[in-house]
Ligand binder design. Sequence first.
Ligand SMILES: [Zn+2]
Length: 133
Amino acid sequence: MVKPLPVLDDLSRPYWEAARKGTLLLQRCATCGRHQFYPRPFCLSCAGSDLEWVEATGSGTLHTFAVVHRTADPAFADDVPYVFAVVELSEGPRLTVNVVDTPSESLRCDMRIRIIFADVGDDAAIPNARGDA
Ligand SMILES: [Zn+2]
């Protein structure tokens, strides 16, 4: 089974190309300064369209998580158990990731995390997180 890969379009292409190089980008509104994720053609805060790509710190906190023991998608069957999580970046936006390289027993909401990238083939990489003690 093949896992889904990122689909690049005009809006998301800068994000995925940076991810391939191990860099996390966020959109920042040049008008109000707010960061946002995922990529959109307008600012969620002020509806402005003057958005720029900026490098994120890659640090944040674990907002919530679940340890997945069974998956409905056969492509992920070899990965169980894995940790699915929502992390809150220092810049504010939240994103969904897998937490890797960190024992699930040690995970606590609000603990510090760091974004890392995993190569997923086809010259693509996706963000994951690990505990950042
Ligand atoms: Zn704005």
